[in-house]
Design a protein around this ligand. Sequence first.
Ligand SMILES: NC(=O)c1ccc[n+]([C@@H]2O[C@H](COP(=O)([O-])OP(=O)(O)OC[C@H]3O[C@@H](n4cnc5c(N)ncnc54)[C@H](O)[C@@H]3O)[C@@H](O)[C@H]2O)c1
Ligand SMILES: N[C@@H](CC=O)C(=O)O
Length: 492
Amino acid sequence: MKGSATPALMRLKRQDLLQKCAYVNGAWLSKVETISVVDPATGEKLAQVAACERSDVDTAVSFAITAFQRWRDVLPSERGAHLRKWAAGMRENAEDLAAIMTAEQGKPLTEARSEISYAASFLDWFAAEGERAYGETIPSHLARSRLSVQMQPVGVTVAITPWNFPSAMITRKAGAALAAGCTMIVKPAPETPLSALALARLAEDAGVPAGVFQVITGEAAPLAKRLLDHSDVRAFSFTGSTEIGRILLEQSAKTLRKASLELGGNAPFIVFDDAPLETAVAGCMAAKFATSGQDCLAANRIYVQGGSYQRFVHEFAKATSKLKVGNGFEPGVDIGPMTKPSVVEKCRRQISEALCAGARIVVGGQDSPLGGNFVTPTVLADVTDGMLIAKEETFGPVAAILPFDREAEVVARANNSEMGLAAYVYTRDLNRAMRVTDQLEYGMVAVNTPKFTGAPIPFGGWKQSGLGREGSRHGLTEYLEPKYVCISNIAD
Ligand SMILES: NC(=O)c1ccc[n+]([C@@H]2O[C@H](COP(=O)([O-])OP(=O)(O)OC[C@H]3O[C@@H](n4cnc5c(N)ncnc54)[C@H](O)[C@@H]3O)[C@@H](O)[C@H]2O)c1
Ligand SMILES: N[C@@H](CC=O)C(=O)O
């Protein structure tokens, strides 16, 4: 695969956004030991980034504790001003940030630009939301007493973030935490630390005080464990697989803390016969292939009703065959490389298991001629619920289409999953839309659209897709503790 990312990084307007040191207490911490950051499109080494040790975690936690004592008392409007300045810095430097993201994550540059704008929107949203962390007064059941509830920041918090959305998954957590008056230590995915460090540089520009936002880079498991060993860490937020979410929750059992988990999905995408086919196909293309399929919201089980099934398969396969696969820096590319080789393997495994079990390939299926981390966009038809591809999240550009006959049947099949993040429904019948959305056991349901996220909505899942919500007013409460105060014996 040709096309080095290095020239794009050399052309950054602000070279200081390309940081290789961890960011602790407002200072850049270099380490002798480093981890390699690799361009997933070419395998080329992009940078050596600090491999922090357990002692660096301890240092960051102690600075976060100190910084919290001051930050909690900063007026919400002033905290908001820092967040807005940070967001403005992201927008001013969007081209540089997008280039860094495409280089290390692989997503097409247009998608990287959208992510930067999406990421900045969380800082703006929470800047305002922090000013609305209302408490309540309670009509008293006690004589001569005043009862109230104040919402107070929980304290030092930790974010463990994934590689598929290297910027937005940081700002969605940090925006809420900082607006609430908490301090936050971020441990980004080892695959995509450069985006996190660029954000830290812009937080510094925005005057976010030392110790309020820190970034620890290096190997995931030991650093995360050390962070969660600290009883002073009062809340953590993780985005990634259910398997790792479970481990982190177990590690938090010793000290007990608030946990916000945004885990795997296995989204059903349901197309009824009465849905406009063209709209359903276009929606499904977006829901399946955005982020090159590496998206927790990706349509994983595409259920199509019998009357439309053959035409849908045909049109969807035709659209899929037109997708351009390549280096995310190439103009017009729809599908970039998979960020991790393990995703390529997972796609291969799911395709071959499905074929053995009776599915048929309508388009794709073969290894990509580009080799490496590239996957040929593939459509499998006649998939059944028992196949691996329907049971586990694919997280790559392989689509599984399953036929169905009746509404009650498809609702039961859609709900027959341990996951419950997002579901999509396509129908022209409003009654059906309401019936089906009422019955789907999912945290988010989109009707006739693939696009429904944004800072104002409560993002999160039911069942094993997670705990808590991010974004929206609910996202702020993950970082707040209610304090009930009873003032009694009020004198006459
Ligand atoms: N919900 C999401 O947005 C999301 C993001 C990434 C992966 N996933 C799911 O997970 C599957 C596997 O991908 P993956 O292997 O990169 O996911 P993962 O859960 O193993 O890794 C996600 C992030 O968690 C951290 N991590 C990994 N191991 C850890 C550990 N032992 N302790 C603490 N932190 C740890 C790392 O920062 C890593 O980048 C994917 O195929 C997909 O189904 C979901
Ligand atoms: N696609 C999600 C992030 C997780 O993959 C989002 O829109 O926030």
